[in-house]
Write a protein that binds this ligand. Structure first.
Ligand code: PLP
Length: 410
């Protein structure tokens, strides 16, 4: 988003005018930013074969999945429905890695039938899988290296009491199950959490996986997960991707030499690819001055973007309608009957009723975590790509709220 001629724009398209066309609140995605993030990440690796699987749960709109596919990405999914959405969007099943947690074995069987790659993250499922498929369906195994990482305890998955992955301390048990059932393990996976700043965390995880990998002779790839941190406010530290890439490539090449074969290196970023590309545009309904605070109350809330409330996430807010206005301090809140604060004490160009605000970093875990709480409609989504804007999801209507409700014959 740039400010030009007093108007905030994406690829030459005025953001405020998009709300005039499509209404508000509105999710807007900058397709070029997504493409740039993907290739920037991919091109940081030059010495190993790297495969980037977009973690679709961050933003699952078909148009976004199709964009990823066109650029050459694979797909990481966490539910059978995401796998189905990926196939609908044009991914080949073998390009999809299904990484579920605590799903039923029936759902795993469905995934096998779809033909997607299966990542197993607990010993019980590993055993059941072994009994049914033996070595006929190669699998990936998700290990938990017990590294404490991540920007918030709710998004940290690698610690000792996390529900994710199979503990590396249970490796001997895993190997026994694999041996007994003749399972074929073609991939190892590790994902320590989200918002991981320090490349050392990835390297520590990698070291643990490399050590374990020597016990798996059939490997084709190692999946190092994701969790790359992006900037949520100006000047925020972000994961140094080029440093990470060169360090992990070096370690990986060394490992491959010991292992005796060159494997593929996989990553599965969600946030890194789509977070900064997304904006949620909201309209200011009221300015409410209390003895303590000036609130800007907008036509959206935790039902549309829950990250500030759920993770205490900081999302930058910009007044698009008054770029030259005097800066004042506002607390930007939603219209939901909960304390749904988008940002406390933010310095914004003077906000007047009717002004359109942009909430930044809304691409990842924005729309995909939205709900109908308070019986509000979910927003429309617009993709800006090659200088054009495309409506990629219609705003909901009362019909959507009622579509699955079954009236009682009183
Ligand atoms: C959520 C998730 C990701 C993506 O994490 P980001 O922080 O969005 O990059 C990757 N892999 C798995 C298994 C996940 O659950």
């Amino acid at each position: 988003m740039i400010l030009q001629d007093d108007r905030y724009q994406i690829q030459g398209i005025d953001l405020v005018s998009l709300t005039e066309t499509y209404g508000s609140p509105l999710y807007v995605y900058d397709g070029q930013k997504i493409v740039d993030q993907y290739h920037g990440l991919k091109d940081s690796f030059s010495k190993v074969k790297v495969n980037i699987k977009y973690a679709g749960k961050a933003l699952t709109n078909q148009a976004i999945l199709q964009l990823m596919k066109r650029e050459g990405a694979g797909l990481d999914v966490v539910s059978i429905q995401e796998a189905q959405l990926g196939i609908r969007a044009g991914f080949e099943p073998h390009e999809i890695l299904y990484t579920p947690n605590c799903v039923s074995f029936d759902e795993i069987k469905e995934a096998v039938e779809l033909g997607v790659k299966i990542n197993i993250d607990n010993i019980s499922i590993l055993e059941q899988f072994g009994h049914v498929y033996h070595g006929t369906v190669p699998i990936c195994v998700r290990l938990n290296p017990h590294i404490l990482a991540g920007g918030h305890h709710k998004i940290s998955t690698g610690h000792i009491d996390s529900k994710f992955g199979i503990s590396v301390h249970q490796l001997r048990h895993v190997l026994r199950v694999i041996d007994t059932n003749g399972l074929k393990v073609e991939g190892l996976h590790v994902h320590t959490g989200s918002d991981v700043l320090d490349p050392e965390v990835f390297l520590r995880g990698a070291d643990i996986i490399f050590e374990a990998a020597h016990s798996f002779p059939d490997l084709q790839y190692i999946d190092f997960g994701s969790g790359f941190k992006v900037a949520y406010r100006e000047g925020d530290a972000v994961t140094d991707i080029s440093l990470l890439a060169s360090r992990i490539e070096e370690a990986f090449l060394e490992f491959c030499q010991e292992y005796g074969r060159e494997l593929e290196m996989w990553f599965e970023p969600g946030k890194y690819l789509v977070s900064e590309a997304g904006y949620m545009l909201v309209r200011t309904n009221v300015i409410k001055t209390t003895p303590a605070t000036v609130f800007a109350g907008v036509d959206s809330g935790m039902n549309h973007l829950i990250r500030p409330m759920m993770y205490d996430a900081y999302h930058d807010i910009v007044n698009l309608s008054n770029p030259q206005g005097t800066q004042r301090v506002y607390t930007v809140v939603g219209y939901i009957c909960e304390t749904d604060t988008f940002g406390w004490d933010r310095k914004l160009n003077e906000v007047r009723e009717g002004d359109i605000l942009a909430i930044k970093n809304a691409g990842a875990y924005g729309f995909s975590m939205s709900s109908n709480y308070n019986s509000r409609f979910r927003p429309a989504e617009v993709l800006v790509y090659q200088g054009k804007h495309h409506l990629i999801r219609k705003r909901e209507t009362m019909d959507d709220l009622l579509v699955n409700q079954v009236p009682v014959e009183w």
